[in-house]
Structures are given as C-alpha cells and as structure tokens.
Design a protein around this ligand. Structure first.
Ligand SMILES: [Zn+2]
Length: 158
C-alpha cells in the first residue's frame, strides 16, 4: 500500500510522483499549492538560493541555449531565458508549468521552481502535471535537512 509522502495516509495515493513510486494525495497537493501561493516565508523548508546564485544559474542556461541553438546570439538567448516564464504563463498549460518547475529545480532555481509548482498545484490541474511538480519541489536536493518535517507541520498545523 502506497502512502501519501506528505500526510502519510494510506490508500489515498492519487497523485503519482515519478521517482521511487512515491505518491501524494489530492488534498496534500491542494494544500501545497495554497502554501506556495501564500506569503509565508519558506526558507526553513527549502534551501532558497541567493539572488547571485539564481543569476549564475540563468547565465548557465543562457550559455547552454547559445550552445545548442547553433546561431542564437547571446542577447537573444538572454531574452528567451528572461521570457521563458512569461511565454509559459501565456500558454497557461499545467503541463508546461510542470515542465518549467522540473527544469528550474534541476538548475537549482528553487524560488522559480516553487512559483511554477504553485501554478500547477491548483484544483483542476491534471494529476500527472501535479505529480511532476510535486516531485520537483520535494527533491532532496532542494529541501533543507529536516525540511520535509517542517513542511508537514505547515500543511497540517496542529
Ligand atoms: Zn496527503
């Protein structure tokens, strides 16, 4: 029996996470979305990067884009990176937001990943997109040590 990775209840594994056959329930997915869209500081849960580190990661992405595009100049690549979220926002597609959350998480852009995940973890989004967004933001490389326990406390205050 798979248990929800967040609330630990069994039999409510409605949102499958990709890795290690983990799952979450829809209620936890919705609570995560509410938490991420709120104003609560989350630095005890996630290892939020400095503005400098975020810029370094964006610069790396720009370099990569120039490299793989075969012809895009650096200024254009910077513009694409800058507009990535605007373009996705206009598409307003849960799967695109989930893809972006995964990509940002892999790049170590924790804040950006959380903001994209917040858009996916809303009522009505499809479970596949929600599962991928959850998997991205629950990655051990993004969470602080003990961050998952802090997160559970925020999702279910006693
Ligand atoms: Zn749950």
């Amino acid at each position: 029996m798979i248990r929800c990775v967040l609330c630990n209840r069994a039999g409510r594994a409605e949102v499958m996470l990709a890795v290690e056959a983990r799952a979450a329930c829809r209620e936890c997915a919705a609570r995560m979305g509410t938490l991420l869209r709120g104003a609560r500081p989350l630095g005890h849960v996630w290892a939020l990067e400095s503005a400098e580190a975020a810029q370094d990661a964006r610069d790396d992405l720009t370099d990569e884009l120039v490299r793989v595009s075969g012809g895009l100049d650096r200024a254009d690549a910077e513009e694409v990176v800058r507009d990535l979220r605007r373009i996705t926002a206009e598409a307003d597609d849960a799967r695109a937001h989930a893809d972006l959350a995964v990509a940002f998480a892999e790049m170590g852009l924790v804040q950006d990943a959380l903001e994209e995940a917040a858009l996916v973890l809303a009522p009505g989004a499809d479970d596949d997109a929600r599962g991928r967004a959850l998997e991205a933001v629950l990655s051990p490389t993004l969470l602080r040590p003990g961050g998952l326990a802090v997160l559970r406390g925020l999702l279910y205050p006693v």
